[in-house]
Write a protein that binds this ligand. Structure first.
Ligand SMILES: [Zn+2]
Ligand SMILES: [Zn+2]
Length: 179
């Protein structure tokens, strides 16, 4: 089961994302009704939110065996980087992705809703992939390739390469066997 948690994100964006993620991971994907206030993770100097702190706050909300993905409009960072599109717990249960830099408006361009949603799916699949134990992939077409810019995000696909796909299937099977 994959649960989505919106943090200042339109309900239809979440519902559409849930519909895209379910077939990729072959798991049910539902939007959770809870609200998560992330004001505590805000850094006033950077005017950004610390993604690792958000992941820690999400941890108690995660159901055992399920993945919890937060989708937020706030800009995210980790201290060593100027920004992150998202962050995940490697082989954990929580991940967070931000729409902030996936919008063309951020780069001073006209809004492109479809492109923003495409980017969101890629980023969400990527971060959830980390929760299944996947690390970055050398195949530039694979969704697990690292992409620290929208240009890179736009050239890669939304799916796993054969090796990464196998790794996710294996991780899912192991998790199922433990229940
Ligand atoms: Zn990554
Ligand atoms: Zn791959």
């Amino acid at each position: 089961m994959i649960h989505l948690l919106g943090i200042e994100v339109a309900a239809d964006v979440l519902a559409d994302l849930a519909a895209e993620l379910a077939p990729v991971f072959r798991m049910a994907c539902q939007v959770r009704p809870e609200r998560l206030d992330v004001a505590f993770a805000h850094d006033r100097m950077r005017n950004q939110h610390h993604s690792t702190a958000i992941l820690q706050a999400m941890q108690p909300l995660a159901e055992s065996g399920a993945r919890l993905l937060a989708v937020t409009s706030v800009d995210l960072y980790v201290p060593v980087l100027t920004f992150v599109f998202g962050e995940a717990q490697l082989t954990g249960s929580c991940a967070v992705v931000s729409l902030h830099r996936l919008r063309e408006e951020f780069y001073g361009l006209p809004a492109r809703e479809e492109l923003m949603r495409e980017r969101l799916v890629k980023e969400a699949v990527h971060e959830l992939g980390h929760t299944f134990g996947l690390r970055h992939c050398d195949d530039w077409r694979c969704v697990m390739t690292s992409s620290h810019g929208v240009e890179r995000l736009d050239v890669k696909g939304a799916g796993f390469c054969v090796l990464c796909g196998r790794a996710v299937t294996g991780a899912r099977a192991r998790a199922a066997a433990m229940v």
